[in-house]
Write a protein that binds this ligand. Structure first.
Ligand code: PGA
Length: 267
């Protein structure tokens, strides 16, 4: 069986506790348990705890959208990875909104990735070029710099546990929102895997899960999921709409069936 397809919904700074609870309830009703698919929800920090009580763990896992790399101390307003340990499986790190709006540089991202791994949480490391960098022909250089720095404090074994999401900034719905061509996404994903292979060896690169993110919805997700190097998707806007998000999971399930991985459909 190949890797489970990973579908992550990034709710960003949307939904208070009761709205989040309603959305989870709808998703629960609509999404079945599939062994071939892993569905992860990333709500705001505030609602992680209540959602964890409500959540059916056979269907969903939780991710935080951010955390601070120190374990504890006088850092007003921050929440550490160690505090999230029992609550989440994943943390999104290096999202372009954090890099651009909160000026998180390469070293900050590196420290967060290391802290997540140290605390037993899988980093969902986001990388991707801006529209300007793309037009200047700098995509590969940007990806190279973001990946090498972010992973530099990890061992090859630890890197196998990391998930890398390729999210070109120009394709994210709240930036330019241009729909990326699957062929172009495929080239970038291949480049990312090659980078990791050159730095940490083929075995590590093969084990690494790679996602695509940027304006993904139920209508266009298949083109990305069919790519050889794509192990799943990171979904922003469409994850707030339960029809669309569940539709994405349906497409992933169909694909896993076609590949002979999805022999289950339990509830
Ligand atoms: P989008 O967001 O799907 O709304 O483009 C993706 C993301 O920001 O992770």
């Amino acid at each position: 069986m190949s890797k489970r397809i990973l579908i992550v919904g990034n709710w960003k700074m949307h939904l208070n506790a009761s709205q989040a609870s309603v959305l989870l309830h709808r998703l629960h009703e609509r999404i079945k348990i599939h062994r071939a698919i892993e569905v992860v929800l990333a709500p705001s920090m505030l609602v992680l705890q209540p959602l964890s009580m409500q959540l059916d763990r056979r269907k969903f896992r939780l991710a935080a959208q951010n955390a601070y790399h120190k374990d504890e101390g006088a850092f007003t307003g921050e929440v550490s990875f160690s505090m999230l340990q029992d609550l989440v499986h994943y943390v999104i790190i290096g999202h372009s909104e954090r890099r651009l709006h909160f000026e998180e540089g390469l070293e900050v991202v590196r420290d967060k990735v290391a802290s997540a791994v140290r605390n037993g949480i899988t980093p969902l490391l986001c990388v991707g070029e801006t529209g300007q960098e793309r037009h200047a022909g700098e995509t590969k250089q940007v990806l190279h710099d973001q990946i090498t720095t972010a992973l530099s404090n990890l061992t090859a074994d630890e890197i196998e546990e990391v998930v890398i999401a390729y999210e070109p900034v120009w394709a994210i719905s709240t930036f330019e929102g241009e729909i990326a061509k699957p062929d172009d996404v495929g080239l970038s994903l291949k480049f990312i895997r090659k980078q990791v292979a050159e730095l940490y060896g083929e075995k590590t690169a093969k084990a690494l899960r790679l996602l695509y993110g940027g304006s993904v919805d139920d209508q266009i997700v298949r083109g990305y999921l069919e790519l050889e190097d794509c192990d799943g998707v990171l979904v922003g806007g469409a994850s707030l709409n339960y029809h669309k998000f569940a539709g994405i999971v349906d497409v992933a399930y169909q694909l896993s069936q076609e590949r002979g991985d999805g022999d289950d459909n339990n509830t």
